[in-house]
Each structure stands twice: as structure tokens, then as C-alpha cells.
Design a protein around this ligand. Sequence first.
Ligand code: ADP
Ligand code: MG
Length: 339
Amino acid sequence: MASEPPGETAAVVPAPPSAAAAPIAASGIAELGQEAVEARVPHDTDAVIRCDRLVRIFAADGIEVQALQGLDLLVAKGELTAIVGASGSGKSTLMNILAALDAPTAGSVRVAGHDLTTLTPRDRTQYRRTAVGFVWQQTERNLLPYLTAWQNVLMPMHFSAVPKRTRGHRAGELLEMFGVAYCADRTPAMMSGGEQQRVAIATAMANEPAVLLADEPTGELDSETARTVFGALRTANTELGVTILVVTHDPMLSGQVRRTVAIRDGRTASETLRSHETDADDTSGHAVEYALVDRAGRLQLPRDMLDALNIRERVRLEAEPDHIGVWPDSAANPQAGES
Ligand SMILES: Nc1ncnc2c1ncn2[C@@H]1O[C@H](COP(=O)(O)OP(=O)(O)O)[C@@H](O)[C@H]1O
Ligand SMILES: [Mg+2]
């Protein structure tokens, strides 16, 4: 068994802040790990969502589950980003942390200027009331069952700076914007699942949050209804300028956004960027899939590419002027050797 790759062992060494800008020069792979630590690129401070090496470990009955394993994510203001990933990959854990319902075991997370790792209970309440809005998969979790749609949208405004006399008008406008004005006097039980989710989006937007978080908001809906609800999210993004992070299992929906981030084993693994947003009937947008390089310079190679070349523990790297070549280790792997 070969020794640990240098990047992995180096990852546990905290980066001294003073070393962040130190110039470096690589002479070989052996030094890469240390350099990766020293050369951490300062994070984009303009990002509305900024996760840096987020770790969340759940301990249940003596068994440890590492739901997030050093997740990095930057989301710029005004972006509508889809999050995809297999069940159990850590998507909801991430959303709960961003919603300040849960706290990370390690790492840092900032949302709309709030450092979520140091919130006092009072700040946390304030953050959840004004800085973020949420829409969850279970429609019953989003709305109060004994209030009408209009009253539900008004509810969050009781705790906000929106002037009292304009609240009713604003609630009406939001219901109108998401195409559910006709549901104003209905309670959730009198609405369809899709109507409830659109009212939930209106409610989440009541206090003009900087960020809207939606965890599989269309998960319980048929595909036609899902499309309408997704359309409401896009409306919130374009009309109100809110930054949106939406978890979805539906490739038809994630195919409609400019940026899709895939989470694998508690880390952001790859990302697909489309040249322009498309709707379901227009698939002309050009999509390119990228692997992600974390701040320490680590890259996760897709399993199918590794298997195709029988790559196990090591690769040889060669720097070319415009790309980096990755070759299988021919000594360990003669049949996959180079020419
Ligand atoms: N409260 C919890 N206690 C113990 N394990 C949890 C808890 N929440 C999530 N997990 C585990 O963490 C992993 C990621 O879960 P989750 O974030 O819900 O995944 P996803 O939303 O991508 O399906 C899973 O293995 C899940 O079982
Ligand atoms: Mg989930």
C-alpha cells in the first residue's frame, strides 16, 4: 500500500492566515501538499454564499456519518444554482446549515454577510426571519394550515421592517407574481400541491431575503406541476433578484439553469455551466461539465474515467502550455501503460 497522497495529509494542517499570499514555486509533487496549504486562494468576498471546507459529522449510536466532508461552494449574487446529487450525498445537510437550522462540525460558512458559525441565538432568529427564505419539499412544512394564502404571506412580515400599511398590498403582489392570486382566501387544504408551493415561494420572499433556499421543492409534484413551480422560482430570481439555491432530482429542471453543482460524498464534485438558460422546450444551450478544484488544489476525477484507465492510487502529471496531462501509473498498471 502506498503512502497517503501528499494533498490528503496536508489537508489537516490549518493554513496560517499570514501565509495566504506567500509566493510559491513547485519543484515536485512531494511539495504540492504543503504548497496547497500555503497557497490557499483567498475566497471571493463578493459571493453571497460562501462555504469553506464545511464538515458535518453526525454521531448516532456510536456510528459516525460524515455527511459533509470538506464542502466548498461559492454562489454569486443573483445566481440561480441547482444542486444535484444522489440520495444521502449531503444536500439537505448543506441546506439546513445554510438555513441556520444546523451548525457545521468544522469549516466556515457565510451567507449574505452573516458568519453562520458565530451567530448568537438572537442573531440566528433575525437571520432566519430576514436574510433567507426557505421552501421545503413537504408542502405542509411550508405553510400554516389554519391561515389563508394571503395570511401566510403576511405572517413573516410581522417580524420585519416592512411598514404595516404596505404589508397587505405586498402580500397581494407576491401572490400575483407567482400566479396564485386566486388562492388568496384559501387555506392550504383547499389548494393543490403546486399552488401550495407557489404560495410558499411568495411567503419565503415576503421579507425580501437575499437568499432563497429550496430543498427539492418539486419532489412531491408531477412533472407538469413541477415545471410551474420551477417557473415561479425563476420569476423570483429574475423579477426580485434573489439569489437561489435549489436542490432537485429532476434533470429536466436542473437542465434549465445556467449552473448546476453536483455533490458527491459530502463534497462539491463537478459543475455544469450552460451558455444560456433554456426552458424545457429549448435545449439549444451549450452545456459544459467541469470538475472542481478546491482551494487546496485538489481535484476529484470521475469514477468512470478512472475505471476506464484502471487508475488506482497514483497518476503521473505533465504540465503542457494549455493543459495538464494525467497518465496512469505504468509501473503499477502495465496494461494501461503509455506509448
Ligand atoms: N440528523 C441526522 N443524524 C444522523 N445522520 C444524518 C442526519 N441527517 C443526515 N444524516 C446522514 O447524513 C447523510 C447525508 O444526508 P442528507 O444531507 O439528508 O442527504 P441528501 O439530502 O443528499 O439525500 C446521510 O447518510 C444521512 O443518513
Ligand atoms: Mg435531502
